[in-house]
Design a protein around this ligand. Structure first.
Ligand code: GLA
Length: 382
């Protein structure tokens, strides 16, 4: 990304002194809706992110300009000073969450831009939160550790943006490492970097360009179902702290106590735990066929049990299957956005051409195509 656009704008609005920070969006190979259930996730940071020129301004106000929206907003750091613009609430939330934890960011000027497609399931919002969490931490010498930076982003999402998300996106955006995926245990926050270079395969995202209304309330509802199923299991098995700790047999014991809907959600989560473990084993052996098989399994679960897919995503998943793609599934929270596809190099061109043609014929527009490049996490670039 050429950052001149934000640098020139910053100079014209606020002067010549600034630094430039960036944080990326993410992909996730497998382990979806497992983070808030204490399970494993397998994300990596991507080469698309948010870029911000930023400088302290010696006041207690924030002056922020979004180059994507061509909008400038000024706000303070107290609850009464909250901005109305939804993009600015992410920045405000980060400041507030720092303050709640006893850190004291001061006023600053900023101009920012992004190239993570919005609403495509690549976590543009986590990229925004992490960019500012990391930048404020550095420019005001707050000494916040990187796990806490991720949690500040997550709490921003909970308390200022209405999504009761897990930790995966902010974690990936902060901790990303070029060429590596990360396997994170969301119950303990232990993680490992996995070199990811599937020789002979490509990883590609197909964006349905569908963004569903009410995605955040549907997301929160899924989380409630999981917590409810977990509470019932815990009443019989006190050692179960998260739904991912439970087995299918434990779930069967409480089946008659919970709604059919909550039961289906829990079946998905417990199944997903095993799929992630299978993928870990398979990756160690370089067995990408098993990786792909489990990805299709996740898609089925997300579509039929967790019910966070949609017609367009299911369609692209079917096309992938017909084209002999190794693995394909809806990525991220769901309700629109992308499929992530693991495809043999020799099948790549044919797959993309067929997916474009068939999607256009059915939905009257082409899906967008993004080749995945696994990149570094939150950092200063200038
Ligand atoms: C969204 C949330 C994450 C995670 C995924 C689904 O991206 O922000 O915390 O729950 O959905 O895996």
């Amino acid at each position: 990304m050429d950052t001149r656009i934000i640098e020139e704008k910053f100079k014209s609005l606020f002067g010549d002194n600034y630094m430039v920070y960036t944080s990326p969006g993410r992909v996730n190979l497998i382990g979806e809706h497992t983070d808030y259930n204490g399970g494993f996730v397998f994300p990596g940071a991507i080469d698309k992110g948010i870029y911000a020129a930023i400088n302290p301004n010696g006041t207690d106000k924030v002056r922020a300009y979004s180059a994507d929206y061509n909008e400038q907003v000024e706000f303070g750091m107290n609850e009464d000073d909250a901005p109305k613009e939804s993009w600015a609430r992410y920045i405000f939330g980060v400041c507030r969450e720092m303050k709640k934890r006893g850190f004291e960011p001061k006023g600053f000027d900023t101009v920012f831009v992004g190239d993570v497609p919005l609403g495509a399931g690549m976590s543009s919002s986590a990229a925004l939160e992490s960019t500012f969490a990391n930048a404020l931490n550095e420019i005001f010498n707050l000494n916040i550790d990187r796990f806490e930076l991720a949690r500040i982003g997550q709490s921003t999402e909970h308390n200022y943006c209405g999504v009761k998300c897990g930790i995966m996106d902010q974690f990936a955006s902060v901790f990303g490492k070029k060429g590596h995926l990360m396997r994170l245990n969301c119950a303990t926050m232990e993680f490992e970097y996995f070199p990811f270079n599937p020789e002979g395969y490509k990883v590609v995202l197909l964006d349905t360009v569908v963004k569903h209304e009410l995605a955040s309330s549907a997301y929160n509802k899924r989380r409630e179902s999981c917590e409810n199923a977990c509470a019932h299991i815990k009443a019989r098995h006190p050692e179960v702290n998260f739904l991912s700790d439970a087995t299918m047999a434990m779930l069967e014991e409480v089946k008659s106590e919970i709604s059919e809907e909550d039961y289906k959600r829990a079946v998905y989560v417990i199944g997903e735990k095993q799929r992630v473990l299978d993928v870990c084993d398979a990756l160690e052996k370089g067995d990408y066929e098993t990786v792909g098989d489990r990805m299709f399994g996740t898609h089925y679960g997300m579509s039929k049990e967790y019910e966070v897919s949609c017609e367009e995503l299911d369609f692209l998943n079917d096309v992938a299957k017909q084209c002999g793609v190794t693995g394909s599934r809806v990525m991220g929270g769901g309700f629109g956005g992308c499929t992530i596809n693991l495809v043999k190099e020799e099948l790549y061109d044919g797959f993309i051409a067929t997916a474009k043609k068939e999607y256009l014929a059915k939905f009257n527009r082409e899906p967008k195509v993004y080749d995945v490049v696994i990149s570094d996490g939150a950092r200063r670039i200038k």
